[in-house]
Design a protein around this ligand. Structure first.
Ligand code: UD1
Length: 384
């Protein structure tokens, strides 16, 4: 049996989310006794070497079958270009199922292209909500969820968010789907009766697999002259934090207060670098500005850090899995479980105590999420 699928990627976190699936395709496909033919589309939303190519090389991800080369533009124009070019590719390739990841413009545009062609759509990282529609990401995930055929949620909470929005076809009442549980066909999944399933977080697969490799391969602590547990990691890239020098300066004041003299490594996203280069930003002297780090370097740097300050979604979870306290540089977070578990705090709630807890529940699955995605494909779309 053969299934043709198409994966749509465009931004840095999506390369990382796809990586476990590409490994599962190599290692697990045989167990399902099917052949999955994967057409990989790179939209070109991220195009700098350090934001894109380096991840393909490092993680051994195959070369994209199609590169759409959309580059940067406004929200609407970028989304429109991806939609237009993806529709053409999907029309030519005719996949039986399309997979999109997360909440970027590439996610939304890829989802729209598939849904309008009537191709079953799997959304990986479904059900996340910040309840702040001024974020482009919130708009992207809301629409993507509501046109998906299978909503793969990273947690029970994400399933509950969807339940509140009227999704009723919920597998195992939102309990974690086990690979050996094969009752999926009974529930079924169609555009009008989409299936919601808790499969855990695919970024946990990526981290579990990569940590030992990162430990061996990465020399980042020596390169940056860092001492284990005596430095922090900082990332900032969200539109709301980088719109103007004033917003970034206000954040820098807070960061200086929290980090004091401790070295704080700041791998700057290109969007952030542009604001920094405007010359109007006061960077505290303990900040060590670097280029964006590769995945293994980032994993190793995070693992040995003492505190993570970030407005990224992925880093909040990585901090949790690595048991490093995290301060989220946003007014709200989609990853509320990490806050409730006592390992993450929103910056306006921070006083002097770093978030740390004696307990550490498994809120985001078991690290076998990618195999579950393939199981879902094999059981739901094989006969389509
Ligand atoms: C996008 C996602 C965000 C995700 C992030 C991960 C959307 C709406 N946002 O944000 O959810 O967390 O990726 O990094 O899709 N740029 C470069 N080189 C690059 C990429 C971007 O210079 O390789 C610059 C461009 O000038 C662009 C700006 O960065 O205008 C922002 O890029 P964009 O793709 O719009 O969004 P991100 O901030 O990367």
């Amino acid at each position: 049996m053969k299934i043709h699928m198409c994966n749509i990627l465009g931004a840095r976190p999506q390369f990382i989310k796809y990586f476990p699936l590409s490994r599962a395709l190599d290692n697990y496909e045989g167990a399902l006794q099917i052949e999955i033919i994967d057409h990989l589309i790179h939209t070109g939303q991220h195009y700098d070497y350090r934001m894109s190519e380096t991840f393909f090389a490092e993680l051994g991800i195959k070369h994209p079958d199609t590169h759409l080369e959309v580059g940067s533009s406004t929200q609407g124009e970028q989304t429109a270009k991806i939609l237009q070019r993806t529709e053409k590719v999907l029309t030519d390739v005719k996949p039986q199922v399309v997979i999109v990841y997360g909440d970027t413009n590439s996610t939304l545009a890829g989802a729209l292209a598939a849904a309008k062609l009537g191709i079953p759509l799997i959304h990986v990282e479904a059900g996340l909500r910040s309840y702040n529609k001024t974020m482009p990401e919130e708009v992207n995930r809301l629409i993507t969820d509501h046109i998906s055929t299978v909503l793969c949620c990273p947690s029970k909470k994400a399933v509950n968010n969807l339940r509140k929005e009227g999704f009723t076809n919920i597998y195992l009442a939102g309990e974690l789907f086990d690979r050996s549980d094969f009752g999926l066909e009974d529930n079924g999944a169609t555009a009008d009766n989409p299936l919601t399933v808790n499969i855990g977080d695919v970024m946990f697969d990526a981290l579990k697999h990569s940590l030992p490799l990162a430990e061996k391969k990465s020399n980042i602590l020596n390169e940056l002259q860092l001492t284990e547990h005596e430095y922090n990691i900082l990332t900032i890239h969200r539109a709301e934090n980088t719109r103007s020098p004033d917003e970034l300066n206000a954040l820098m004041e807070f960061i200086q207060e929290v980090t004091g003299e401790r070295v704080t490594v700041f791998p700057a996203h290109p969007r952030t670098k542009k604001v920094l280069n405007s010359g109007n930003i006061h960077l505290p002297s303990n900040i060590l500005l670097t280029e964006p780090l590769g995945y293994f370097d980032m994993m190793k740097a995070l693992q040995h850090s003492s505190l993570i300050l970030t407005d990224s979604g992925g880093l909040q979870k990585e901090a949790y899995w690595l048991r490093v306290p995290c301060i989220t540089l946003r007014r709200e977070t989609e990853w509320t479980e990490t806050v409730e578990a006592g390992w993450n705090i929103l910056y306006q709630d921070y006083t002097t105590e770093l978030p740390r807890s004696a307990t550490h529940p498994d809120i985001y699955g078991d690290g076998h999420t990618a195999e579950k995605i393939l199981t879902i494909i094999a059981h739901l779309f094989m006969s389509n």
